[in-house]
Write a protein that binds this ligand. Structure first.
Ligand SMILES: CC(C)(COP(=O)(O)OP(=O)(O)OC[C@H]1O[C@@H](n2cnc3c(N)ncnc32)[C@H](O)[C@@H]1OP(=O)(O)O)[C@@H](O)C(=O)NCCC(=O)NCCS
Length: 376
């Protein structure tokens, strides 16, 4: 059997959860366009959809929101464990430690349940906010039961009631991060769960995969670009000088999406609705329009469109989430997709066990010659 490096193109699972269609620029969550969900639904509704395969009725949503509000509280022993970690530890490591400790504290086990998915998804923003404030020497802010998932995250980070525009923007971002097929972290989680391990352990593995820069992304380069540009007047000369030097504009172009990335489109739509109320959004929209025009001029026919990193950076910057929290915030959204995949894996479970090809030395045979490796 041929070895496929990186398993590119290998189908490792059937899924009802999402379709990633790079040629046609479509991202579908259980029959609904992710873009439509992001602009019209709350995080809790979209997560319910991923876990249950259908949108909630009004009373089901109310119940789910109440449960998530309860689940958002950080147990005291987990806070103590976070306090014991060195402040310089990476936030993704702190998150992974806290989730693992939660499993030990609460005794998670096979098979995974939707209740556990809710519990884990609800608590992740609390852990991130607790850690972020601790790192700055600030006291923790308790979750506010009357606020939803996105609003609570901003509230716990800042201690202030967030602006509605910021809540809408972050809500859309979190929904668009929720799910993207069998990416490395989702696959890692499914592999762990396939051993009949518990959901918490699988999520810890997924967080570990997300921590790597090849997966968790680095929209901070886009932030650096937006900050270097600074004003609308500087946008065109700044980008022209990059393109003249053969450089690249950060946040444009994509290896898979050769048409518009649906996630970038959705984030732009949300951003446009909010433009005018926030100078950071306004600058991002202007920079994008200018960049598209200049890329067509300098790189005609290359099909270079805005990628998700551009608006991820623009939105996170505009809602005042610091760059070091970009990957954890992405993780907070992806929790819903991971846990949905873990429920799906359990429903069709067979342990993952691919093969490897031995390419090392063979023992010496009697004549002193290495034995032949008959498996190659
Ligand atoms: C995302 C990316 C790596 C995809 O690369 P790819 O599909 O393999 O495209 P290629 O690197 O083969 O580039 C194809 C052509 O488009 C140009 N191009 C691609 N992205 C560009 C960009 N963002 N700015 C300027 N030119 C770009 C290349 O210079 C190349 O031009 P050429 O044909 O004259 O040599 C690439 O578009 C890129 O580097 N984008 C900028 C970085 C970025 O946004 N990363 C996301 C995280 S911040």
């Amino acid at each position: 059997m041929a070895n496929v490096t990186g398993l590119e193109g290998v189908v490792a699972a059937d899924t009802d959860i999402s379709l990633v269609d790079g040629e046609n620029g479509r991202l579908v969550y259980r029959g609904y366009g992710a873009k439509e969900l992001a602009v019209a639904k709350r995080f809790e509704e979209a997560a319910f959809l991923l876990w249950n395969g259908r949108l909630p009725e009004r009373d089901e949503l109310e119940q789910a929101e109440k449960r998530m509000a309860t689940h958002r509280e950080l147990p005291e022993p987990i806070a103590r464990i976070l306090d014991a970690l060195p402040p310089a530890a990476p936030v993704m490591s702190a998150l992974q430690t806290a989730i693992a400790a939660l499993g030990a504290l609460e005794g998670d086990q096979w098979p995974p349940t939707a209740a556990r998915a809710e519990r884990l998804t609800a608590i992740v923003p609390t852990i991130i906010a607790y850690w972020a404030r601790k790192a700055k020497g600030l006291p923790a802010v308790q979750p506010e039961p009357r606020l939803g998932h996105a609003a609570n995250y901003l509230y716990m980070l800042t201690g202030r009631r967030p602006e509605e525009a910021h809540v809408q923007a972050l809500n859309a971002y979190l929904i668009l991060c929720m799910e993207h097929g069998l990416n490395a972290s989702t696959f890692a989680g499914r592999v762990i769960l396939s051993t009949q391990s518990d959901m918490t352990s699988a999520v810890c593995g997924a967080v570990g995969a997300m921590k790597g820069p090849l997966h968790g992304g680095a929209p901070s380069e886009v932030v650096a670009m937006l900050e270097a540009i600074g004003t609308k007047e500087r946008a065109e000369p700044w980008m022209r000088s990059v393109l003249e030097r053969g450089g690249r504009l950060m946040g444009f172009g994509h290896r898979i999406y050769k048409t518009k990335d649906p996630r970038a489109e959705a984030l732009r739509e949300v951003t446009l609705r909010l433009t005018g109320r926030d100078p950071a959004f306004d600058l991002a929209v202007f920079v994008e329009q200018t960049a598209i025009r200049l890329l067509e001029e300098y790189k005609p026919g290359r099909r270079l469109y805005t990628n998700v990193e551009f608006y991820a950076a623009a939105i996170l910057r505009a809602v005042r989430i610091p760059a070091e929290l970009f990957t954890p915030t992405f993780t907070a959204g992806r929790m819903a997709g991971w846990t949905a995949h873990l429920l799906e894996q359990a429903s069709v479970n067979r342990i993952f066990r691919p093969q490897s090809v031995y390419t090392g030395p063979m023992p010496l045979a009697e004549g002193g010659e290495p034995e032949r490796n008959a498996t190659r």
